[in-house]
Design a protein around this ligand. Sequence first.
Ligand SMILES: Nc1ncnc2c1ncn2[C@@H]1O[C@H](COP(=O)(O)OP(=O)(O)OP(=O)(O)O)[C@@H](O)[C@H]1O
Ligand SMILES: [Mg+2]
Length: 247
Amino acid sequence: MKPRIIAVVNHKGGVGKTTTTLNLGKALSLLKKKVLIVDTDPQANLSQSVGVEEPSKNIYHALVEGERLPIEQVAKGLHLVPADLDLSGAEVKLITEVNGYFKLRNALNTVAKNYDYILIDCPPSLGILTANAMIAANEVLIVVQSQYLAIKGLDTIIELIEELRQNLNPALGLMGLLLTQVNRTVVSRTIVEKVQTEYGDAAFQTVIRQNVAIVESSTHRMDIFSYDKECAAAHDYLNLAKEIVNG
Ligand SMILES: Nc1ncnc2c1ncn2[C@@H]1O[C@H](COP(=O)(O)OP(=O)(O)OP(=O)(O)O)[C@@H](O)[C@H]1O
Ligand SMILES: [Mg+2]
């Protein structure tokens, strides 16, 4: 069976991409799906968030040096392709290669059949690493932090999806906009309403609430379910996984 390959994107930093990749990935694995999470960010936050530091091989070796994609098991049904700081050198190298935009797609080709879901955590830019993710993917999940100016820039990503679909990856589509760090403030409520009216069905029904347990779990290098499976964010990410699985 072909997996659903989802690029988790926003060129705005600190909106919740890595948190979503980890916790949605874990939630899908709890629903008995086989899940691969892929770290394409030179900051390597996704890898660090599951306690993988300075892995002997990381995604750089597959993208730039043509080696096999390194994969580590991090939990039952949950595997990781780690990144490391040396990935920051990949962009200049990939940009000069003829098929530099297709490296991740090619690297995933041989392992994709082993998974139901592949989630790709992207860096906060729309550079060649994010492009690699969006070309390897068939769906894009845009993370939107429910704060002032959050909507600025969303159309840029939607236009990029369209451009890639027309030129390089006909299979690509917008999976949805995920509102995160939602709270009871007027600003947050206004953003949620605005996204739901302006983007309609493109927004997921499930929103992720702001929850201090997320911050705590990441300092403990844990996913939210291992940290506190009863907290608000764990409920939200599980509901999101169910929304995605049930279509
Ligand atoms: N629902 C939430 N409630 C509270 N804090 C959150 C929530 N989601 C994310 N955070 C916190 O916000 C910060 C940024 O989250 P995260 O690292 O996932 O963003 P990012 O988009 O991956 O950032 P970058 O662009 O740097 O890769 C982290 O400290 C994280 O713990
Ligand atoms: Mg991140």
